[in-house]
Design a protein. Structure first.
Length: 207
């Protein structure tokens, strides 16, 4: 009899604890963990976008190699006639305020196109064991759950480089987490290969 009472008390305590946990997570805590998987919706990168993107590191290198005597002479625009000043002002486009940087989704063919650019960095967000079993060519392993280890190295890099991030594909969340962390460090051109490693193997390129 006492055993039955004990079991009953335990079940009641568990039930009350469960109700309180749901209440705290959903009502009391606005930052509670979502119990329903939220579908991630990413903007898809267009093919034209890759043609328009410029490798800023190449520009900087070219500027550093430009002889001093070939640089244009600066002119004092304050001494120019008013009409000329007006024309110059009209040619200077105003800097538009941009929204927050977000990662964009890319597909297999776009990954191939980006891979032709040696300045593009490819990051595998999976753990080292999965990476060792197979990965995209020239990719580097940065396990998303250990991102803090790589911050000292990443923080000093050119933030305008293009970065492809991938994981296993399908329901894998690691690529999203790594992308968000990279954007948080200031990287502006982050692309998520949604198909990931599974899609790459499917297309006959798995090595």
């Amino acid at each position: 009899m006492k055993k039955n009472v004990l079991v009953s008390d335990i079940l009641i305590i568990l039930a009350i604890s469960t109700v309180l946990a749901f209440w705290f997570n959903g009502l009391s805590n606005p930052k509670g963990i979502s119990l329903i998987r939220e579908e991630r919706v990413l903007e898809t990168a267009s093919d034209d976008e890759f043609e328009q993107l410029i490798d800023t590191s190449t520009i900087v290198k070219a500027q550093q190699q430009t002889p001093v005597d070939t640089l244009p002479i600066k002119r004092d625009t304050a001494k120019l006639p008013t009409p000329v000043q007006k024309q110059l002002a009209e040619k200077v486009a105003p800097i538009e305020e941009q929204g927050p940087v977000k990662a964009k989704a890319i597909n297999y063919s776009q990954v191939k196109k980006l891979m032709a650019d040696p300045t593009v960095m490819i990051l595998d967000a999976r753990n080292e064991h999965e990476f060792a079993e197979g990965h995209l060519p020239n990719s580097r392993n940065i396990f998303a759950l250990e991102f803090e280890r790589y911050i000292p190295e990443l923080i000093g890099m050119n933030k305008d480089i293009r970065i492809i991030v991938y994981c296993g594909g399908g329901q894998c969340e690691l690529s999203h987490e790594l992308s968000n962390n990279l954007i948080g460090l200031g990287f502006k051109k982050v692309y998520i290969y949604l198909g990931g490693w599974d899609d790459w193997k499917k297309n006959g390129k798995g090595k």
